[in-house]
Design a protein around this ligand. Sequence first.
Ligand SMILES: C[S@@+](CC[C@H](N)C(=O)[O-])C[C@H]1O[C@@H](n2cnc3c(N)ncnc32)[C@H](O)[C@@H]1O
Length: 267
Amino acid sequence: MDVLSWVPDGVDVTVPNVARAYDYYLGGYHNFAADREFVARVEVAMPGFSYAAQANRAFLGRAVRWLVDAGVRQFLDIGSGIPTLGNVHEVARQSAPDARVVYVDIDPVAVAHGRMILADDPYATSIEADLRRPAEILGHPEVLQLLDFSQPTAVLLMAVLHFVPDSDDPAGIIARLRDGLAPGSYLAISHVTASTHRREIEQVRRLYQHTLTPGLPRAPRQVKKLLAGLDLVKPGLTRVDDWLPDSMRATRHPQAEVMLGAVGRTR
Ligand SMILES: C[S@@+](CC[C@H](N)C(=O)[O-])C[C@H]1O[C@@H](n2cnc3c(N)ncnc32)[C@H](O)[C@@H]1O
């Protein structure tokens, strides 16, 4: 495949982009020199930051498997990133072939690539939208075509809320999403924190300031506050690799401490 065929017109690949940088942390191929140089600078600021990204992705997979076991068959994955290994529809369909998934991202490259790989899949799609406008996502025609919000749905907000500053009211965004779901639905999140590795995370934050989507860590109590109105399933809000870890899990990297994750149930 021509490596540029999945890049929409007008996208400047010489500017680092957080979706493509994340792809590179995970060992993917949908990234460019500017993204790789950015990741190299992040790795200088915090050696092993990529392990935190990988632990986050593994948590996403475990959370989706847990949600499928809990009976969920519909997923709205917001801030889904560039489709890479262990996408939600792939994980969910291992035990629920009827699972439906809508991927949402603000990044046109992530969405274009998602639409390309899902072109022949009638039960999964990818749309370009902004988490900061939740009503537009819940009312989007392609979302409503695939998802029935009168039935339990899981909204995934994995490694995306730290791109939403307090001035954009992340708690209000979550409440709007939560209130649009049927009782017995779920919201799963992961979030960067700085309660450990404080100095390194501050350096990483400064680097992300130069991207189109600057990020900010939140303290565990601030992350917990975002989950108000949801009943957290066990083990609650934990570092991502402590959330129902696989019994055969690989090395536990200290850098993964900077990613917190939780799954909450709507009332
Ligand atoms: C670190 S990646 C996480 C990917 C995936 N959720 C995961 O955890 O494996 C964060 C993604 O959030 C997207 N993003 C950032 N701000 C967003 C917003 N306001 N609305 C939608 N997506 C956003 C970025 O483009 C990027 O693809």
